[in-house]
Design a protein around this ligand. Structure first.
Ligand code: RB5
Length: 147
């Protein structure tokens, strides 16, 4: 599995820690930046970079970290084919994939610590879209909006 990850200054430190941990998940990781801490950088630059790669199928799942996760999810959801959400509980991180085909997990580097983030990554990465009829029916209604 190929994971695309990006973060602004609000998520930079957590991103650096998560990249080390992702190596233990036996996934390929592509880091789109920020590559150094810059307190003036802008979350849309990294959120859009991750989202475009997911949209272009250059990666399987994305992770975007900003201060709260909110700005990242708002920006990423503007890109066609991207379903991004802030999930700070493992139920949502898993169920979001299984029911809603979530393909980008957004995290708040100012909200959660590394241990919770590890659990969330595990829930998100290991989950698969169920493809059940009722979920497909609902997802199709959402995808219609992109046409
Ligand atoms: C940046 O200071 C902060 O506003 C940003 O990381 C994020 O929290 C936006 O949602």
């Amino acid at each position: 599995m190929k994971i695309i990850i990006g973060a602004d200054h609000g998520g930079f430190q957590l991103k650096e820690e998560l990249i080390k941990i992702l190596n233990n998940f036996h996934v390929q990781v592509i880091d789109v930046g920020a590559f150094e801490y810059n307190g003036s950088d802008d979350y849309p630059d990294f959120a859009i970079a991750v989202a475009k790669m997911i949209s272009n199928k250059e990666g399987d799942k994305g992770i975007i970290i900003c201060g709260s996760g909110v700005g990242a999810s708002v920006a990423a959801n503007k890109i066609k084919g991207v379903r991004a959400a802030v999930c700070h509980d493992t139920y949502s991180a898993k169920q979001g994939v299984e029911h809603d085909d979530l393909n980008v997990l957004c995290l708040g580097g100012r909200i959660i610590g590394i241990e919770v983030a590890k659990e969330l990554l595990s829930a998100f990465i290991n989950a698969k879209y169920s493809g059940e009829e009722r979920h497909d029916r609902r997802l199709k209604k959402v995808l219609e909006l992109e046409k």
